[in-house]
Design a protein. Structure first.
Length: 322
């Protein structure tokens, strides 16, 4: 990663008493960190809530003894996420079908006029997420293949630019060990990376895909998909969907036509999903699917279709408000 999302907080370095507004103001940074570490907005909210619970459980004297409250909150949040990642691996092994990270909207497309807007701190944690390369779906999916320690070391160092000495204190390992963890994670990222198409090209390809799907044009769909393309769906056992990835352009196109036939009245909308062009499918005004894409060489190579309603809360709430 070349562009850091945030930097270690300097809040509270020269204060004898913690500033409440500064402590609360760290929430945006913590949500950004926790979402990247966990791949789930709901779990990120839980981690940040637990972090603040621990802060407010301390006496004022204990709080005043903390030289940098922002750094303390980041350390605690990272450790909470590290523990959650360990238990999440076990839960996801029992998950029905594939587990895909929770998709995020681009608040600039739909936040305007929503309750909680204006200059105030956004009410929805999704609105606090800074969208960049470290939250695109392909990146988050690779993060899922890492060990908890690899993921934490990599995100803290490569994305948030924490020095390995500080990462070591958070992870509970030596700086040298953390350097190795981040290096291993970096190799995974590089191995999975493919040349990204220009943003305009990505949007155009997704638009063509949408139109071909709406027209039920199987040949057009096949032409837009890479022959070795893969589509993965996440229903979490709560809605019907394929439990295993669908592989190959012809099979994916046939499956998409099957969906269109089974769900008449489905409305497809072009939306930004985790910072990249994507599609949202709505039925009777309710968001039922959010699809993210990976594109290479002018064709679609990966489709991630999130159908689990628990992961579509933000999208569904917005659809209802519209």
């Amino acid at each position: 990663m070349n562009t850091p999302v945030g930097t270690p907080s300097e809040a509270g370095h020269e204060r004898s008493e913690p500033d409440l507004s500064a402590v609360v103001g760290e929430r945006r940074q913590l949500i950004n960190l926790a979402y990247r570490l966990l791949g789930s907005l709901a779990e990120a909210e839980d981690a940040v809530q637990e972090t603040y619970t621990r802060w407010y459980a301390m006496s004022r004297q204990q709080q005043r003894a903390i030289e940098a409250p922002g750094a303390w909150l980041t350390t605690v949040a990272s450790r909470v996420c590290l523990d959650m990642l360990g238990s999440a691996r076990a839960r996801r092994e029992r998950y029905v079908g594939a587990w895909i990270p929770e998709p995020l909207p681009d608040r600039t497309e739909w936040f305007s006029g929503r309750a909680g807007g204006g200059g105030a701190e956004p009410a929805d944690p999704a609105d606090r997420i800074t969208l960049d390369e470290s939250v695109n779906m392909a990146f988050l999916v690779v993060l899922e293949s890492m060990t908890p320690a690899e993921r934490v070391a990599f995100i803290l160092h490569d994305v948030f630019r924490y020095p390995f000495a500080e990462v070591a204190e958070i992870v509970g390992r030596t700086p040298a060990a953390c350097r190795q963890l981040a290096s291993s994670a970096r190799r995974r990222i590089h191995a999975a990376q493919t040349p990204a198409a220009p943003a305009a090209g990505q949007a155009g390809l997704v638009r063509d895909f949408k139109q071909a799907w709406e027209a039920k044009d199987i040949k057009a769909l096949v032409d837009l998909l890479d022959p070795g393309a893969t589509m993965t769906a996440d229903g979490g056992g709560l809605v019907g969907t394929v439990l295993r990835p669908v592989e190959g352009s012809a099979r994916i196109a046939e499956y998409l036509i099957h969906i269109a036939d089974k769900a008449p009245g489905l409305t497809l909308l072009e939306r930004t999903v985790n910072g990249r062009p994507g599609l949202v499918a709505q039925h009777s005004g309710i968001t039922v699917t959010v699809a993210a894409f990976s594109l290479t060489g002018g064709r679609i190579t990966r489709i991630w279709a999130v159908r689990n309603p628990e992961k579509l809360r933000t999208w569904t709430e917005h659809a209802q408000e519209d």
